[in-house]
Design a binder for this molecule. Structure first.
Ligand SMILES: Cc1ncc(COP(=O)(O)O)c(C=O)c1O
Length: 401
């Protein structure tokens, strides 16, 4: 098999040719075949709505579930689609039942809305929240486990943490953390919003209770793709926010997990079906995986890391931009993050980069410290990073003029 070249990756993106897009971690751009597939399905559903919904959709939905399951290492019977990570985490947080009194454990580097979601869940369940403070550089995994052991207690009921930190791209040792929690009877919910397409995933091997992820970031699937893997719905039954087809008392094994004629299983459909919705984004997931396959998973992983390391070097050479972690010369994947120098307004910088240089970057926060977040995906190039470094130099010179 001849793998496609990186310039082909860039040519296939729907991005305008003159745009430098370094923000796939917020909103991934679409490869043309993925966009066209979603459009084709939408056209089919417009032309023959009933035929599409009743006869095409079930087959396509199961195919998407199988393909995503294979990609992330989860069996399709345990994998439900959702419309976003927020919706999937919300489904767990809003309906799971754990004994009170007790604590929900989070880290201080969770995506802000996810922390809020668990704060609300804690209120509902009569629990309190405990927060593990992570070091700036979380690459010492033994130290992370020690931090976990120091905070956990017989009061800890549930542990929620990010597999890949949104602000910096650092990868946490999900398997070791889940195992440590599991051995203490603690429910684990892993936020893998950034994981699919960022690292090689084997969700079932993590031994977590729940794993959520998104398709619209590194996987380059359309917006509107989230998923929830659940290992233990018997032990931790959930209640859907919306009552629709499939709703009823939680179904029991073995029928609960048998593929049904809707592209689902009774257990999944009960949670997944939210009335009549446009599911074409979900159905285009196989094409997003096909697109990656043209380049090869290992090659993609190495390319993303190499570009991130290149970004760390290029920005460090400017002087004012200090990488977030001392070891970030070897980033875990396609994200590098830099402290925004004092006196620079992050939002104004971001707008200036786009408005003047057609350069899109991300901004994130580590506590109260703003970070410039650069996402280097496999469609990006060294020239993209050079363009960013040049633009930052121009803006810095102007600020001193
Ligand atoms: C770590 C993390 N969790 C959750 C989310 C929320 O994802 P969504 O917007 O798909 O609900 C994000 C979004 O960037 C994220 O980075």
């Amino acid at each position: 098999v001849t793998l496609a070249s990186w310039s082909e990756a860039r040519d296939e993106m729907m991005l305008k040719p003159d745009a430098v897009y370094l923000n796939a971690g917020s909103f991934g751009p679409l490869p043309r075949p993925v966009f066209e597939r979603a459009c084709e399905l939408r056209r089919r559903s417009a032309v023959d709505p009933t035929d599409f919904m009743l006869r095409d959709l079930p087959r396509l939905l199961w195919r998407a579930r199988e393909r995503l399951g294979e990609f992330i290492g989860a069996s399709p019977e345990r994998l439900m689609f959702s419309h976003s990570v927020s919706a999937a985490v919300g489904l767990v947080a809003n309906s799971i039942s754990v004994p009170s009194p007790g604590e929900i454990l989070l880290t201080d580097r969770e995506y802000p809305t996810m922390s809020r979601c668990w704060e609300r869940a804690a209120q509902r369940l009569g629990l309190s929240i405990r927060v593990i403070r992570l070091p700036d550089d979380p690459s010492d995994h033994a130290r992370l486990l020690d931090l976990f052991r120091a905070e956990v207690s017989e009061r800890t009921r549930l542990f929620f943490f990010s597999h890949v930190l949104s602000a910096t791209g650092a990868v946490l040792p999900a398997r070791a953390l889940c195992r440590a929690a599991r051995s203490r009877g603690i429910v684990t919910v892993v936020d893998g919003a950034h994981a699919p397409g960022f690292l090689e995933l084997d969700v079932e091997a993590l031994e977590c209770d729940f794993y959520v992820g998104s398709g619209h970031k590194w996987l380059l699937a359309p917006a509107g793709v989230g998923f929830l893997y659940s290992r233990s719905l018997d032990a931790h039954p959930l209640e859907p926010a919306t009552v629709s087809w499939g709703y009823g008392p939680p179904p029991t094994a073995p029928q609960a997990d048998r593929p049904d004629r809707f592209g689902s299983t009774p257990r999944l459909r009960r949670l997944e079906c939210e009335g009549t919705r446009d599911l074409c984004a979900w159905l285009a997931v196989p094409e997003a995986i096909d697109f990656r396959d043209r380049f090869g998973a290992e090659r993609i992983g190495a390319r993303m890391k190499a570009l991130s390391a290149y970004a760390v070097d290029r920005l460090a050479a400017l002087g004012a931009w200090v990488a977030m972690t001392p070891r970030s010369g070897r980033p875990d994947g396609g994200i590098s993050a830099f402290h925004v120098p004092a006196g620079i307004d992050p939002d104004a910088l971001r707008d200036a980069l786009w408005n003047r240089f057609r350069l899109e970057v991300g901004m994130s926060m580590a506590g109260d410290r703003p970070l410039l977040r650069i996402c280097t995906h496999f469609f990006n190039t060294e020239q993209d990073v050079d363009a960013l470094a040049d633009a930052l130099r121009v803006l810095e010179r102007e600020s001193h003029a």
